[in-house]
Ligand binder design. Sequence first.
Ligand code: 5GP
Length: 217
Amino acid sequence: MGKTNIFVLSGPSATGKGTICKKIKSEMPVKIAISMTTRKKRQGEEDGVHYHFVDKACFEDLIEKNGFVEYAKVFDNYYGTPMCEIEDARSTDVILEIDVQGGLQVMQKLKGSVGIFLLPPSMKALKQRMLKRGTEDSDSMKKRLSKAIDEISELVNYEYFIVNDDLEKATSELKSIISGMKSESQEELLQNKVTKEKANALIDKYKEEYDALSVDR
Ligand code: 5GP
């Protein structure tokens, strides 16, 4: 098994990717890449900590200069991983917390990068989490729920999945995947391994749940 240092963590908005990344960073030596975005800063967010917040012209200038590992337009804003954020990957494990469009680009471009998909316990739980977070208006929430289903449909392209029904458990599974990728025996990772059968069953489950949410979503 080769040395794998780049881990792509994708999953629908509000699944808890940020919380898990924050927790794992306090428990093991990993770097969480800081993305660049043109979206507005939310209350409590800091430039250079949560994101590098820039305007559209600055983002497009960096695209011209081939300054991104990947970038995508998500909910009408640009998001991307600047090249400099993966420079340390030769010596440190780096987690890219990015959406599926970006995740697929990274997994194609950087051979050996490992895709991990974070799933909510259910679509209802995801909706409740968005409501609790209170950062989206109802229109934006509808868009995010619909995008969540599109993203989950790409699960089969990822190597591992984690269901975030308990923060401790989900973080511990992520830690096992990161350290397990470097060990000879990966038996303990089998429960989190994506197979075609598991992916299809999960996709069906979330689609049914999405349809069962109120008509207004
Ligand atoms: P939010 O606006 O909630 O912070 O993020 C919206 C979505 O953009 C999330 O799914 C998040 O993972 C994704 N995202 C954050 N940074 C990047 C990035 O650098 N590249 C891509 N492709 N997606 C990102």
